[in-house]
Design a protein. Structure first.
Length: 330
């Protein structure tokens, strides 16, 4: 009698496929969620039994009834495209022909220097240091949260951003005003890490099976998060060496930083939609206003094309494109 285990379920296969190709945990969660939504939308039918009509109906439902943003609809399409082509090995030319929603061009929300000052003054603790870092370096929120001890170069006054958007590394500036607070943060983190090691923990997640190549690196000090979570939790990704689910100390969650920024903006009386990413927009805009070359700003932000950085030049003109309103000439 055949005692072989049953084949893994579809969502499990999807997750495993994404992990073997080193997709981020956020992409993994998003793609699995969209696949699940697609299946539930069609009353739990298997994607292998569905076709173009079902995919188009789901994407239309998102756009018309749910009224999701264009980027959300495009993410759903990308997830289904990956599911069919990569996991199910079904080449569906019709999926490439599904209309992709056009993302509207929006001007970024930018705070003035005085608004940034007020925002940061109304923050405290670790979220305050994180937001000072985001504004001072131009990093995205996840880039800041995923910062490891080894990537801060105090002597060279720079920070190495590893595996940023597009899986690219880059170097950005380390503000002088953050050297002392960051050193104090690292002292607290080191004490916490040593406490974890004594308790039998202290192994941080390493990307791309580095834990196999360097067995003790995940417990070493240089690889630890600069902003670790106050609590330990079970990592959903199995250990690269043993395949077990380990209890680790992850980095601070983005939601906690986002919540702290919203609360600080409300207390500061800033009448703009403020998020941690607004600090990155403000960093770029204020550098351009200070006269820095746009190519330099492009490198600091990690933009592949300078046209992406050009969106911040709209603030360099006074008023609507620098014109004098006829009302002011009366």
């Amino acid at each position: 009698m055949d005692a072989s285990p049953p084949p893994p379920k579809l969502l499990t296969r999807l997750r495993e496929h994404l992990r073997t190709r080193h997709y981020s945990i956020r992409t993994e969660e998003a793609y699995a969620d969209w696949a699940k939504r697609f299946i539930l939308f069609h009353h739990k039918r298997h994607p292998q039994d569905m076709g173009a009509a079902e995919v188009e109906a789901f994407l239309t439902h998102l756009a018309v009834e749910r009224q999701v943003a264009a980027s959300t609809q495009n993410q759903a399409k990308a997830a289904l495209l990956y599911l069919y082509k990569q996991v199910l090995n079904i080449e569906l030319p019709w999926l490439d022909e599904v209309v992709q929603a056009k993302t509207p061009q929006r001007l970024p929300v930018v705070l003035t220097p005085s608004e940034v000052r007020e925002l940061l003054l109304h923050m405290e603790g670790t979220p305050s240091l994180i937001c000072h870092l985001l504004y001072g370096t131009g990093m995205r929120v996840l880039e800041g949260l995923r910062l490891r001890v080894k990537d801060i170069e105090f002597e060279r006054r720079e920070i190495v951003v590893r595996e940023g958007k597009g899986n690219k590394d880059r170097v950005t500036v380390l503000p002088e005003n953050l050297i002392t607070p960051l050193k104090a943060q690292l002292q607290k983190v080191r004490a916490l890490h040593e406490k974890d090691v004594l308790a039998g923990f202290g192994r941080v997640y390493l990307p791309h099976a580095l834990a196999v190549k360097y067995p003790e690196a995940d417990r070493s000090w240089p690889w630890q998060w600069v902003f670790p979570s106050p609590v330990r939790s079970q990592d959903p990704r199995p250990d690269a060496r043993t395949g077990e689910l380990l209890e680790r100390r992850h980095h601070v969650l983005p939601t906690s930083v986002q919540r702290a920024v919203r609360d600080a903006a409300r207390r500061a009386g800033i009448a703009k939609p403020v998020s941690p990413h607004v600090l990155r927009h403000s960093f770029a805009t204020h550098l351009l206003q200070a006269g820095y070359d746009i190519r330099t700003v492009q490198e600091l932000l990690g933009h592949a094309d300078v046209s992406t950085t050009m969106i911040y030049t709209h603030v360099l003109n006074k008023g609507g494109r620098g014109i004098l309103s006829p009302l002011d000439a009366l």
